[in-house]
Design a protein around this ligand. Structure first.
Ligand SMILES: [Zn+2]
Length: 410
């Protein structure tokens, strides 16, 4: 799968974890725009920034990372970043439980917490009720504005070592640093960790959650792969990366958020039983075969076969004058639609509950985003549930709106 077409794009030449140049391509999903960037009607004439979405594997340390560099300004600043944590009941509930869990495990009352990648401030807001102080950091000016409207101390920075010095002047050292679904977005994860170390007390905890790549592989849902995600984390990779700044895994929580996430709690210390647990988790991953190149060859074959299947079914319904729609305009939706060549000619619209997305269009595939309620209007309608991780929930909701709706397996 040599990607000669991509000569004009800037590649990462070294492993982001161990600096080895011994990188090999394991997955090529073609050209994609940024997944979290939905297009306003007025901007439809503008060309999407597009980059090849390709993953590399480090033969020396097994780190998995995106091969091509993208411009972070294109991602968060030049366009309104549309994802808000408060988007659905499901995610509100997830972050509320997260805050409750923090309180149960750490006496938050006298703790200073910094949240990196605080998005619209939802989790910070829940923590603020329990902790001494919460400082929220986000790279998107739009999100900082939303967080401030919740009366949070919110500041706009792309998190890295340099900016951690500026943040330190505002916050001082933190007892707990949280970074959910943002550490994997860092262009330089080691530099990000250096920033964390700079802001963390000696006995402090760094807690971060993001998609668990083993789950992405096991479910055969490649849609957690998109440009905003630079690093693809497994327990082995997390352990190796943390070690660069002396951080060690204390606990791992696996949950179903984003279709399979891992929350890592780490500090500068590790007990013998914590180490034992880490070793057994890594062995489990190795036994699944994900550190062998052959695994990815089979993976590619599968997702390409599935692409042919989906297109055949979509054509079938299109020919019979059905409305063919997608449900859920998440970031991962865009990887799925773009990879499978499902554009506005094949998909009539995508529905979503977020007021920040309705009225906009998907990047690249240019499908309009509409409110769920519109499905009531159609007698012949079939849908692909793109937010497959909450498909039962959505299926029940959709049937209530339109009894006749049919479903296509994504
Ligand atoms: Zn490496």
């Amino acid at each position: 799968m040599l990607s000669k077409r991509y000569l004009n794009f800037d590649k990462r030449k070294k492993c982001l974890s161990c600096n080895s140049k011994n990188l090999t391509e394991i997955l090529n999903l073609g050209l994609h725009s940024f997944a979290d960037r939905f297009i306003k009607k007025n901007d439809l004439k503008k060309k999407d920034p597009s980059y090849p979405l390709v993953l590399d594997f480090c033969k020396k340390c097994s780190f998995i990372q995106s091969k091509y560099k993208t411009n972070p300004k294109d991602r968060y600043i030049n366009y309104d970043y549309s994802y808000t944590s408060s988007n659905s009941k499901y995610s509100i509930n997830h972050w509320k439980k997260y805050a409750d869990n923090l309180e149960r495990n750490y006496n938050l009352k006298n703790k200073t917490v910094i949240e990196i990648g605080s998005n619209d401030g939802l989790l910070s807001f829940f923590i603020k009720k329990k902790a001494k102080e919460v400082i929220s950091i986000d790279a998107s000016p739009f999100m900082v504005k939303l967080a401030r409207s919740k009366k949070l101390k919110s500041y706009c920075y792309i998190f890295n070592f340099e900016n951690s010095k500026k943040i330190k002047k505002i916050s001082g050292l933190a007892d707990i640093i949280i970074a959910n679904n943002v550490f994997n977005h860092a262009d330089d994860p080691k530099n990000f960790l250096k920033g964390v170390k700079n802001l963390l007390k000696k006995d402090g905890k760094f807690i971060f959650e993001q998609p668990y790549f083993l789950k992405t592989l096991a479910t055969k849902k490649f849609d957690q792969i998109y440009h905003e995600h630079i690093s693809y984390f497994t327990v082995k990779n997390i352990k190796n990366l943390l070690a660069k700044v002396g951080l060690k895994i204390n606990k791992l929580y696996f949950n179903q958020y984003h279709g399979g996430s891992v929350r890592t709690i780490c500090s500068f210390n590790q007990t013998a039983s914590q180490k034992k647990n880490q070793v057994s988790k890594i062995r489990y991953e190795e036994n699944k075969g994900i550190y062998k190149l052959n695994f990815f060859k089979n993976y590619s074959v599968y997702i390409n076969k599935n692409k042919a299947r989906i297109n055949k079914i979509v054509n079938f319904y299109k020919m019979r004058k059905f409305k063919v729609i997608g449900v859920g305009a998440g970031a991962k939706t865009n990887t799925y639609l773009t990879f499978n060549d499902l554009n506005y000619e094949k998909i009539d619209f995508v529905t979503d509950a977020s007021k920040f997305k309705i009225g906009k269009f998907t990047p690249h595939t240019r499908i309009p985003i509409k409110n769920d309620k519109i499905i009531k209007k159609y007698k012949k309608i079939v849908c692909i549930i793109l937010s497959w991780n909450i498909s039962t929930l959505l299926q029940n909701k959709l049937i209530k709106i339109n009894k006749g709706i049919k479903f296509i397996k994504p």
